[in-house]
Design a binder for this molecule. Sequence first.
Ligand code: ZN
Length: 429
Amino acid sequence: MDTFMLLVFTYGCSTTVINVARAMCYSRLVECLCEKWDELSAGSISLFCKLPGINKCHLDNEEEFQNMVLLAKSMGVQHVEVVVELKGDIGQSSSLGLLRVGVEDEIDALRSFCHHKEKVLLSAPWANGITHVGQRFVGGAQEFRDVLCKYAIQGGFKFTYVKNETTRVTAVCAMREERGCLWAIHCRAQRANDFFYIKRFSDVHTCGTDVRTSKNPRVSSDLVSSTISEIVRDKPLTRPCEVVTILKRDYGLDVSYHVVWLGVEKAKAGIHGDHSLSFDQLRWYSDAVMRYNPGSYVNIDYDASSQQFCRFFVSFAACISGFNACRPLLFLDGTFLKGKYKGQLLAATAKDGNNGLFPVAFAIVDSETTANWSWFLHELGKVVDGKCHITFISDRKSWAFGVIRFTYLFAKNQNVPEVNSFVLSDTPL
Ligand SMILES: [Zn+2]
């Protein structure tokens, strides 16, 4: 059975299938074709085969024929499409079908008048996403579905899932019922490693509907997310309307705003993690910092009755000890966070010997209020060394909110020094 392979020959509108056995040679193959189509003769025909990722592979002699058979077998392909052309007709017509001949002629005619470069969409490599039986998908079912959807979008056909589970996925062409299309694929997880492997793949559409369009039902938010994740990684504040334009311009896809919005949210969650999960992991994070980074100081402030998060303060051991070697100077400032839950980041920063910024402590609070600044400075008082006088530099905002109250808190705290001086800065730091 290892020599079993079918060659599907197309000449004009006519098709024939020849089984290539081990003993089949190129000259015998040409004889078969000449017997089938009377107008062909051995010296007048050219053969081009189509393999996954290769659109036009010449078959002009015995060596090329044998190499093609070996290549097809290595790809796990059991049938190969071969186009038969008369040598005099090459470049003028294609025998893929009457309709396609007409379209290609039009394109060629256009090219002779219009010398613009043909635009290559960034989605072009999607057509090579699925190549052969035995192909591996390390990401399991999720990766396979993503690649399959992209392959269908670029190939211009629709498919339906017959089975869609975490351990096996089977899909057939959407035209299977209507036109009996034989395109089908079956992929299954390997128990040993949970990777997905293609087990069966029939890549021939007999339905004739493989025309790429800008709209395809398989363009989902998951697909948008995987497509634009690198863009979101480079530019975290990417807006959905920008992505709509990118998908249209670079990928030739019309995607609705709400699908893109969800895709961008999923991409952000994939890169930066889920926000609610991150807040939920703060307790674990605090324990981990205190255990594995001894000398650090972490404080989570939460509402005791509702168990809701309020504020978070952290200063690492290296920051606390490193500040002792810095000038006794602390910059105080706050900035807003752009995540799902917004909030403010308050920070105390020093300057090191190279005039570089040296972070000492930071906190996450809901907003820049007197209470939150006071709390932050109170916590800061627990980590800064009290043996020297400290000069604070701050903009008017944090000054007005909390620094005056800070003097009161410092005075009450026996472990920290009295505040030596305040410096006002009009411009935000
Ligand atoms: Zn089909």
